[in-house]
Design a protein around this ligand. Structure first.
Ligand SMILES: NC(=O)C1=CN([C@@H]2O[C@H](COP(=O)(O)OP(=O)(O)OC[C@H]3O[C@@H](n4cnc5c(N)ncnc54)[C@H](OP(=O)(O)O)[C@@H]3O)[C@@H](O)[C@H]2O)C=CC1
Ligand SMILES: C[C@H]1O[C@H](OP(=O)(O)OP(=O)(O)OC[C@H]2O[C@@H](n3cnc4c(=O)[nH]c(N)nc43)[C@H](O)[C@@H]2O)[C@@H](O)[C@@H](O)C1=O
Length: 323
């Protein structure tokens, strides 16, 4: 029976992966799932991670734990973003290797690519230029995660894989007004404007940047698709020093278009304005998803439906949303 450790299972992506694996178990698949909360196991603590991996000796590890946040959180806490993510990656990947874990999947991010890269962004654009300054420390840690996996594979023959998600959203997201990503931030801001009868909602930046959004249930499906690929298929579609796989929906919208969609879903009919003193960040980040498509996976949940479902989830979880 396969024993899988899912790190970050109380987060948005880890939670969606956990639900998907539990559904597979309910359908009869023999799996043992291991989880630890942040309070039970701090993944920045090398000795604690070593003891945990040695005690549990999982067959597979899914690295979905990370220090995560939107553009403002990344700019405000750069030290936390680079330190915690590097520590988590080093500890989990090295201690997984030391405990004999054969297969591991780590989640990176689309911000690994240079700021001025041709769009859509192909995997081979990695390390070809200067990074976006608002999230450079986080991006450097995520690039290190890819290179850790590749280096252990090359030196030790492990089967450690990386997926690079575009901007994600969905049930279990972080709705913090300042530290979250744009989509949950706008759901909360427009919802509260409707509740409070506020006439105007202010959007950060100019509204012109383009972002690609992928529903977290699609991300969970893509993650398990990549994790489950036979080793020869993964290796045939990647290269030892270019092994990461983009995951996205293949289309993007401007932040202004997104704001209008969120206004509609929440029933806001007032004025939308833009605060151009706030950063835009990268002007466009669209993933080239042909590598994953060639292996047989494409996304299925459109932004309109995904947004409506996420707003319903937000309404149903008013008392236990993270903020
Ligand atoms: N959300 C997005 O738009 C995107 C996410 N990603 C990547 O996907 C992955 C999952 O992100 P997402 O689910 O959105 O993030 P969340 O913030 O929702 O979840 C991250 C989880 O990691 C846990 N965690 C953080 N630090 C530690 C630690 N030191 N020890 C143990 N657990 C820890 C958190 O626990 P706690 O809350 O208790 O700290 C939380 O449960 C990350 O690698 C992220 O970089 C990539 C691109 C876009
Ligand atoms: C996934 C990705 O997420 C981060 O990068 P980002 O794509 O810039 O993410 P974001 O969701 O925070 O912003 C997207 C756009 O939206 C605009 N925007 C408007 N109004 C709000 C707003 O209210 N909140 C936020 N956060 N942004 C807003 C904002 O100004 C920007 O133009 C990385 O740091 C890194 O973590 C990473 O990998």
């Amino acid at each position: 029976m396969r024993k899988i450790y899912i790190s970050g299972h109380r987060g948005m992506v880890g939670g969606a992966i956990l639900r998907r694996l539990q559904a597979r178990m309910n359908a009869g698949e023999a799996l043992t799932l291991i989880t630890r909360t942040h309070a039970e196991l701090d993944l920045t603590n090398q000795a604690a991670v070593r003891d945990f991996m040695q005690a549990e000796k999982p067959d597979m590890v899914i690295l979905a734990a990370a220090k995560v946040g939107g553009i403002l959180a990344n700019s405000t806490y750069p030290a936390d973003f680079i330190y915690e993510n590097l520590m988590i990656e080093c500890n989990v990947i090295h201690q997984a290797f030391a405990a004999g874990v054969t297969r591991l999947l780590q989640l990176g991010s689309s911000c690994i690519y240079p700021k001025a890269v041709p769009q859509p962004m192909r995997e081979d654009a990695l390390l070809t230029g200067v990074l976006e300054p608002t999230n450079e420390p986080y991006a450097v840690a995520k690039i290190a995660g890819i290179k850790l996996c590749e280096s252990y594979n090359r030196q030790h023959g492990t089967d450690y894989r990386s997926v690079m998600p575009t901007n994600l959203y969905g049930p279990g997201d972080n709705f913090h007004p300042q530290n979250s990503h744009v989509l949950p931030a706008l759901i909360r801001r427009f919802h509260e404007a409707v509740q409070n009868g506020t006439e105007e909602v202010v959007i950060w930046g100019t509204g012109t940047p383009l972002r690609e959004f992928l529903h977290v249930d699609d991300m969970a499906a893509a993650s398990l698709f990549v994790l489950d690929l036979p080793k020869d298929v993964y290796e045939a579609n990647t290269e030892p020093m270019l092994s990461h796989i983009n995951v996205g929906s293949g289309s993007d919208v401007t932040i202004a278009e997104l704001a209008r969609m969120v206004a509609k879903v929440t029933g806001f009919t007032g004025r939308i304005s833009y605060d151009s003193t706030k950063p835009d960040g990268t002007m466009r980040k669209l993933m080239d998803v042909s590598r994953l498509a060639a292996m047989g996976w494409t996304s299925g949940i459109g932004l309109q439906d995904g947004l409506a479902g996420t707003y319903r989830w937000f309404l149903d979880h008013q008392n236990d949303i993270r903020h």
